[in-house]
Design a protein around this ligand. Structure first.
Ligand code: HEC
Length: 146
């Protein structure tokens, strides 16, 4: 009985490995066909990994970036909830990651954080002080690309 039930995860793992192997073998073949893979790559730039998302801004000299990394990046950097939801609703060409945006006013950032927005929960002053939120909002509003 136990043995049978344990086969599920093994089968899934095997399928994942097989799928990985497929992608692995397709890559060189696709690369040899010319322009098409280059176009596909341009359309989908690599997202930061989960480790890069949770450590985002950690060693930054800018406090706003460090705070953003601590309070917001686990949803807004890499393929996480914020990135995925914004990718669905923002116009094509608008970066889904907030740190890549050049059109975010600080007042809008403060408003969204305090009130929430559709799928984003609001953050109270107990969770994030006004002073810290100001630093984050100003850092995002500066729109520097990183
Ligand atoms: C629990 C996950 C989560 C956290 C934490 C989070 N957000 Fe969000 N945020 C979201 C989601 C999801 C959306 C997209 C809302 C929607 O449209 O459904 C969003 C949207 C936004 C938007 C709107 C962007 C636009 O173009 O309209 C801003 C600004 C924003 N977040 C700022 C922040 C900041 C600053 C922080 C940190 C203080 C933060 N968020 C923390 C999930 C999160």
């Amino acid at each position: 009985m136990m043995k049978r039930r344990n086969l599920g995860p093994i089968a899934i793992a095997a399928a994942v490995i097989a799928l990985g192997a497929c992608y692995g073998t397709q890559e060189p073949a696709a690369a040899s066909t010319g322009a098409a893979p280059a176009v596909a790559q341009a359309a989908a730039p690599a997202m930061p990994t989960q480790v890069e998302a949770v450590t985002f801004g950690m060693n930054s000299a800018e406090e706003g970036e460090r705070l953003y990394g601590r309070e917001c990046a686990f949803c807004h950097v890499g393929r996480n909830t914020g990135t995925i939801m914004l990718q669905k609703r923002l116009p094509p060409g608008t970066p889904a990651q907030l740190h890549e945006r050049t059109n975010l006013p600080a007042a809008y950032v403060r408003l969204v954080v305090r009130n929430g927005l559709v799928n984003m929960p609001p953050l109270s002053r107990a969770e994030l002080s006004d002073a810290d939120l100001d630093l984050i909002a100003q850092w995002l509003a500066a729109g520097r690309s990183r």
